[in-house]
Write a protein that binds this ligand. Structure first.
Ligand code: GLU
Length: 443
């Protein structure tokens, strides 16, 4: 059996009940097969064993009081996966589905994503099964304060720098930051995605969505295509989806769908983004409200955006939201590119089907790396005690995303898998991290 197969079997044996983590690790390890086979040093140094075992996993109780005066208890997590190339970096997810498998899957992906940005950041992820939806601001604050009462001892500007993810936006980051400052009396860059008045970076809010479109543009250009006049289907209506929609529209495409966890909207005239921002960013409402002022648009309960004919699909909601049947429908309807704004939204069998049918497919660890890249730029600004202009950050983001595309595409070519951007992203991300690990010895 090959080194990769051995390791996959071992991972399955030692991580029971962690399907999301196993799925993510399988995709990466399988891509690394040619690299492992080409050089015996990797097996000898146990690189895959070390890479798939987090440096540290922290799990803690988060007790807080709800508005009815009752005490609630949630679970908090921080997985510090790998700091070979920089301090642990990765978001916090607050969602009822959060468990150790999901945090490990996200933390593992983050190692390679962060490596691809070319910036000095290691991989980590955290969160809680707390659901901010439907909670009052005071309840969210109470939860965040209690969460930070434990987290603060594990993070630091040169140690581990969390940020947002699903369920953690500007409001949550503000409460978390305030509590860190209260406990430690230190004003330092221990979180990114901060508000502009207290150390945040311009363009961080837009970064993941804009970065996705910059990556997509580079991928389309390399394949003789463009965005101009194309029909785009987007899932999600959070931060990533909103700013992906904004940049796609700026680049001349027509975006016709968005969705949330209860349903989806189809607007054949093109999504009215200011209306969506008002619903989602200001009122924290449901996407169904869109049809109130847009009578020609359709709202449907459940899922269904992938059934709308389009040229390009951008899954920007959550993991495993685009399965094999969806991929078949997209291909039947003529899709030519799928680029991920979320983390692993396409199931592995769906991704394989898209690639086999000639669809340009960009994996999230490459195409959604713009968010964490600008987080790293926020860290740089905090260290300098300076802030850069929107255009400075945005142009660095464009350069980074173009750099990621060319790095991913040449790694795929080098290993005889031209245009396989999944293999390219995994290999290119791995090479930098493994080089640093091998240089630093057995630690
Ligand atoms: N949660 C985002 C991601 O999946 C951003 C992480 C960060 O900015 O640290 O990459």
């Amino acid at each position: 059996m090959s080194y990769v197969e051995d390791q996959l079997n071992e991972l399955i044996r030692t991580n029971p009940n962690q399907p999301e983590f196993i799925e993510a690790a399988s995709v990466v390890l399988k891509s690394l097969e040619p690299v492992m086979e080409a050089d015996g040093k990797y097996r000898k140094s146990g690189i895959l064993e070390r890479l798939t075992e987090p440096d540290r996993q922290i799990r803690f109780r988060v007790a807080w009081t709800d508005d009815a005066g009752r005490v609630q208890v949630n679970r908090g997590y921080r997985v510090q996966f790998n700091n070979a190339i920089g301090p642990y970096k990765g978001g916090l997810r607050f969602h009822p589905s959060v468990n150790i498998s999901i945090i490990k899957f996200l933390g593992f992906e983050q190692i390679f994503k962060n490596s691809l940005t070319s910036l000095p950041i290691g991989g980590g992820k955290g969160g809680s099964d707390f659901d901010p939806k439907g909670k009052s601001d005071r309840e969210v604050m109470a939860f965040c304060q209690s969460f930070m009462n434990e987290l603060y001892r594990h993070i630091g500007p040169d140690v581990d720098v969390p940020a947002g993810d699903i369920g953690v936006g500007g409001r949550e980051i503000g409460y978390l930051y305030g509590q860190y400052k209260k406990i430690t009396n230190r004003y330092e860059g221990i979180l990114t995605g901060k508000g502009l008045s207290y150390g945040g970076s311009l363009a961080r809010t837009e970064a993941t969505g804009y970065g996705l479109l910059y990556f997509l543009e580079a991928m389309l250009k390399a394949n003789g295509k463009s965005l101009e006049g194309k029909t785009v289907v987007i899932s999600g209506s959070g931060n990533v989806a909103i700013y992906a929609c904004e940049k796609a529209q700026q680049l001349g495409a027509k975006v016709v769908t968005l969705c949330d966890s209860t349903g989806w909207v189809y607007d054949p005239d093109g999504i009215d983004l200011p209306a969506v921002k008002e619903i989602k960013e200001i009122r924290r409402g449901r996407i169904s409200e869109y049809t109130k002022d847009h009578a020609h648009a359709q709202y449907h309960d459940g899922r269904g955006v992938w059934s709308i004919p389009c040229d390009i699909a951008l899954p920007c909601a959550t993991q495993n939201e685009l399965g094999l049947e969806d991929a078949k429908e997209l291909v039947k309807n003529g899709v030519f590119a799928v680029a991920e704004g979320a983390n692993m939204p396409t199931t592995p069998d769906a991704a394989k089907y898209l690639q086999e049918n000639g669809v340009l497919y960009a994996p999230g660890k490459a195409s959604n790396a713009g968010g964490v890249a600008v987080s790293a730029l926020e860290m740089s600004q905090n260290s300098q005690r300076l802030s850069w202009t929107f255009d400075e950050v945005d142009s660095k983001l464009q350069q980074i995303m173009n750099g990621i595309f060319s790095n991913v595409s040449s790694a795929a070519e080098k290993y005889g898998m031209a245009k396989n951007y999944v293999a390219g992203a995994n290999i290119a991300g791995f090479l930098k991290v493994s080089d640093a690990m091998l240089s630093q010895g057995i630690v």
